[in-house]
Design a protein around this ligand. Structure first.
Ligand code: GLY
Length: 568
C-alpha cells in the first residue's frame, strides 16, 4: 500500500516529464522501483513479487524463468538453455552461458543417411535432436554468485503454479490444437498437454502439471543437483535409453554453465553490453551498430527506402561474417571477435555499401542452416538499478516436441542449431563450415542477443527477443528506434521490422511494414523484397530507465500472445 501511494504520487509529479517524451499512441507501462517484462504476464508478476520482497534482478529473473517453464512451455523451459547478461547496480557487467551441449555420444555425421544426406527432421524432432540442457545449471550458477534471496524462495512460485494449475490462455489452447498431429507421436507429450480423455484444455480451464511440480520440488530442494543428479537425471537417462536417445547420466553430471565476459561496443551516446559466443548475436549486433554509426539515420528518414537499404546492406554483411566465423569459443579459441566488433572493420565494410544499388550475397562462401523462430526473452530492472537481460530457448516452439516421461518438461531440439552436414554448403541455407560442426561436449551456435545499454554511465535499456536469426535484427531495430528515432520503448518494440540474413538473399518485411512506393524504390535498387504474411518478427521485451526521472518504462511486444509488464 505504502509503495502504491508513493508510486502514484511520483507519477503525478513526473507526469509532465512522461508527457514530454513522444508517445504517439503507444504508451509504455511505468513503475518507480522495479519491473519485469516477459512473454507471460503470470511469470512477470512472479518476478515482480520477488523484487518487492527484496530480491535483486538476478533473483527476479530466476523466479520468472522458472515460472515461464510452467506458464509458457513453448519456450520457457528447464529442458533447454540460454544466456544471461547481468549488470549489477554498480555497473559491473557479466554474462552467463548456459547453452546446451552436444551429448558425449554425438558425432558430426549423426544426422546423415548412408549417402551422406541429411535425414529430414532428425536434428529437429525426437530424442536425437536433444542437447544436454543447461537452464537449471545457468540459473543456479547466476544465483549462487549474484542472488540475494534463498534459492528455494525463487523456485517455489513455479512449484505452486504447476501444482495448483494456471488458467489456459487462448494461445496455449490454440497451440495444443495446432500441434496435435505431431504430439500424437509422443505419448509422454500427450499425457501432459491434453486431458486424460485427450480432449483440450479450453481457455480459462485450469491446467495442472503434477509431474513438472515434482521435478521443480527436487530442484527447489537440491538446487542444481535436483536436475543433473538423482531422480531427475536417472529418469531422463532411462527415458533416453528406452527411446534411442543418447543423453546419459554422465552427460548430465558433467554439464557446466560458464560465466563469460560480455561483448562490448558503443553506439552514438550509448554503451552496449551483449552476449559473446556461442551466441553470434552480440558480435553481429555490435558489428551492425558500428557500420550504422557512420550514417545520419534520422536524416535518411525512418522507413524511407534509403534507410531500409542501409539497414539491409548492413545486415547482409554482418550475417555473412556470422556464417563464416562463429561457433563455440571453447572449441574455436581464435574467433575474431575483436576484429568483427572494431570501428575500423566497420568503416571498411561501410565503404562497400553504395546508396543506389543492393549488393549480391556471395553464395559461394558459406550458407546457413535453418534456425527456429521460437525462444523467449525476459527483462528485469530492480530497485537499486541492477538489471538482467535473459533469453532462453528450446530451439523450435516446444523443442523436440517430446516431454521427458515422468518429469513433465519439454526437451529441446537444440542439436538442430549445429551445422548438420560437414563440408556441404548450399544457397538454400545449409552450412557445412567447421566452427559450428558437431563435436561431443560442444555448444551449438545461437542467435540469442540479450543486451543491456548504458547512457552516461547509468543503466538505460534492457532488451532482447526470440526468433532465431531474426533476433539479432529485432534487437538492432529496437535500439535504432530508441537512439536514432527518439521512440519510447513501446513504440520502438511495436514498430514494423525488416530482416535480411545474407542468405537466402531476401529482404523480408512484416505485413503492412512498407508502403508500396517504398517497396518500388527498393526493387529499383535491386532488393529482392518479400512481404511476410504476418507481422510477427519476434516479440521483444524491453525496459528503459528514463534518464531524467529514473522511472522504469517497459513494454511487452503486442506480437506476444500472453506477454506482460509487471512493476511496482
Ligand atoms: N535456437 C535459437 C537460437 O539459439 O538462436
Amino acid at each position: 500500500m505504502k509503495h502504491r501511494i508513493a508510486s502514484i504520487l511520483l507519477l503525478v509529479l513526473l507526469l509532465p516529464l512522461v508527457a514530454l517524451t513522444p508517445t504517439g499512441g503507444r504508451i509504455p507501462s511505468y513503475a518507480q522501483h522495479g519491473m519485469v517484462v516477459s512473454a507471460s504476464t503470470i511469470a512477470s508478476e512472479v518476478g515482480r513479487d520477488i523484487l518487492k520482497k527484496g530480491g535483486n534482478a538476478i533473483d527476479a529473473a530466476v523466479a520468472t524463468a522458472f515460472a515461464l517453464a510452467v506458464t509458457w512451455p513453448a519456450a520457457g523451459n528447464i529442458g533447454g538453455g540460454g544466456f544471461i547478461v547481468y549488470r549489477d547496480h554498480q555497473g559491473k557487467v557479466t554474462t552467463f552461458d548456459f547453452r546446451e551441449k552436444a551429448p558425449l555420444a554425438a558425432n558430426a555425421k549423426m544426422y546423415l543417411n548412408e549417402k551422406g544426406e541429411l535425414i529430414d527432421e532428425l536434428n529437429h524432432t525426437g530424442l536425437l535432436s536433444v542437447g544436454v540442457p543447461g537452464t537449471v545449471a545457468g540459473l543456479y550458477q547466476a544465483h549462487a554468485k549474484y542472488g540475494k534471496l534463498p534459492w528455494a524462495k525463487l523456485v517455489q512460485p513455479a512449484v505452486e503454479l504447476a501444482d495448483k494449475g494456471i488458467p489456459i490462455s487462448y494461445a496455449l489452447n490454440q497451440q495444443a490444437k495446432n500441434m496435435r498431429k505431431t504430439w500424437e507421436q509422443f505419448p509422454s507429450t500427450m499425457a501432459v498437454m491434453y486431458k486424460g480423455d485427450k480432449s483440450y484444455y479450453e481457455p480459462g480451464e485450469t491446467w495442472k502439471q503434477p509431474e513438472l511440480a515434482k521435478t521443480l520440488k527436487r530442484i527447489k530442494k537440491n538446487g542444481r543437483d535436483g536436475f543433473y543428479k538423482g531422480e531427475t537425471a536417472e529418469k531422463l537417462a532411462a527415458f533416453m535409453k528406452a527411446n534411442n536417445g543418447i543423453i546419459t547420466t554422465q552427460d548430465l553430471e558433467q554439464y557446466q554453465a560458464v560465466e563469460r565476459k560480455p561483448v562490448e561496443g558503443t553506439y552514438r551516446n550509448v554503451k552496449v553490453f551483449t552476449m559473446p559466443p556461442p551466441s553470434s548475436g552480440g558480435t553481429a549486433l555490435v558489428e551492425m551498430l558500428n557500420i550504422l554509426e557512420g550514417y545520419d539515420l534520422k536524416a535518411l528518414g525512418y522507413k524511407s527506402a534509403d534507410y531500409i537499404h542501409v539497414l539491409s546492406e548492413t545486415m547482409r554483411r554482418a550475417f555473412a561474417d556470422r556464417a563464416e566465423h562463429m561457433g563455440d569459443p571453447d572449441f574455436n579459441p581464435d574467433l575474431p571477435i575483436a576484429k568483427l566488433t572494431s570501428k575500423e572493420y566497420a568503416a571498411r565494410l561501410r565503404k562497400t555499401i553504395t546508396m543506389d544499388l543492393a549488393s549480391a550475397s556471395d553464395s559461394s562462401r558459406y550458407g546457413q542452416l535453418y534456425e527456429g523462430t521460437s525462444t523467449t526473452h525476459l527483462s528485469v530492472v530492480d530497485e537499486q538499478g541492477g538489471a538482467v537481460s535473459l533469453t532462453y530457448t528450446l530451439e523450435r516452439s516446444y523443442g523436440s516436441q517430446v516431454v521427458a516421461e515422468g518429469l513433465g518438461f519439454f526437451l529441446n531440439d537444440e542439436m538442430g542449431d549445429f551445422n548438420p552436414v560437414p563440408g556441404v554448403t548450399r544457397t538454400d541455407g545449409l552450412i557445412g563450415s567447421e566452427p559450428n560442426q558437431i563435436k561431443p561436449g560442444k555448444r551449438m551456435l545461437s542467435s540469442m542477443t540479450p543486451t543491456i545499454l548504458e547512457k552516461d554511465g547509468k543503466l538505460f535499456m534492457v532488451i532482447g527477443a526470440p526468433g532465431g536469426r531474426t533476433i539479432i535484427n529485432t534487437v538492432l531495430q529496437v535500439i535504432l528506434n530508441v537512439v536514432d528515432h527518439d521512440m519510447n520503448i513501446a513504440q520502438a518494440i511495436e514498430a514494423p521490422r525488416i530482416h535480411h540474413q545474407w542468405l537466402p538473399d531476401r529482404l523480408n518485411f512484416e505485413l503492412y511494414g512498407l508502403s508500396p512506393d517504398t517497396q518500388e524504390k527498393l526493387k529499383i535498387k535491386g532488393h529482392n523484397i518479400n512481404e511476410l504474411n504476418h507481422n510477427m518478427q519476434g516479440n521483444a521485451m524491453g525496459i528503459i530507465v528514463i534518464p531524467q526521472s529514473g522511472l522504469r518504462s517497459g513494454a511487452a511486444d503486442s506480437r506476444s500472445a500472453d506477454g506482460g509488464v509487471a512493476g511496482y
